[in-house]
Ligand binder design. Structure first.
Ligand code: NAG
Length: 202
């Protein structure tokens, strides 16, 4: 009986990593197609797959969802060379499809340093654009953020109705990446789920 339970727990653990990874370092030195959040629903976007980001980076990408939806975003970590007014290395986030759009909610101006803002922010419309630039000295670990597509109003049958009034795809619930933005996606505790598994195996 122990082996099936262990397998089930392994599946649960495996589930939390079921998120698609993107790296901003793949979008450098010129135009790139937007990341289509109407298909992906949620992504984990990190600056780099290395331990530290490179010097002389200039990378930019937009993420867009359906016109009736918005994006929510938060940082899991942030570490970019700190400087006065972030003039050396920085991340800019814009609330739209290009760098001409206003700064994104919660992130006015150039971002640097190592403060991790704990809040989950939302776009005003259906797009978010990021721009990262580094100069020729000093680096950092970069950043790690989660971006999820949602809408408000009446949820579709294949969507989960979050406590904060947001609708997200059902399959995102309990993915370990706070897909609702208020932690209301996974009411059952892991202990509870494991209990059900033990019950059904017995
Ligand atoms: C850096 O990237 C931005 C955004 O894509 C672009 O507007 C700018 O021209 C680039 N600068 C250099 C020096 O390549």
């Amino acid at each position: 009986m122990q082996i099936p339970v262990l397998m089930f727990l392994a599946l649960l653990v495996g589930q939390s990593s079921a998120i698609i990874n993107y790296y901003l370092e793949s979008y450098c030195n010129g135009y790139s197609w937007p990341i289509d959040m109407s298909i992906l629903d949620t992504v984990r976007l990190r600056l780099t797959s290395s331990l530290r980001y490179n010097n002389n980076m200039n990378c930019s990408v937009s993420l867009t969802t359906s016109s009736s939806k918005q994006l929510m975003y938060y940082f899991r970590s942030f570490d970019v060379e700190n400087s006065d007014s972030c003039q050396y290395d920085f991340l800019e986030m814009h609330d739209g499809t290009s760098l001409r759009a206003p700064y994104a909610n919660g992130f006015y101006g150039k971002q640097c340093g190592s403060y991790v803002d704990p809040f989950v922010y939302t776009t005003s419309n259906s797009a978010l654009t990021l721009w990262f630039k580094s100069d020729n000295s000093n680096t950092g670990k970069g950043f790690d953020m989660i971006i999820t597509s949602y809408h408000t109003g009446i949820c579709d049958p294949d969507e989960y109705s979050c406590s904060n009034g947001r609708c997200v795809e059902n399959y995102l619930t309990c993915n370990g990446y706070n897909p609702c933005g208020d932690h209301s996606d996974c009411a059952l505790t892991v202990g509870g789920i494991a209990g059900i598994a033990v019950g059904s195996v017995c």
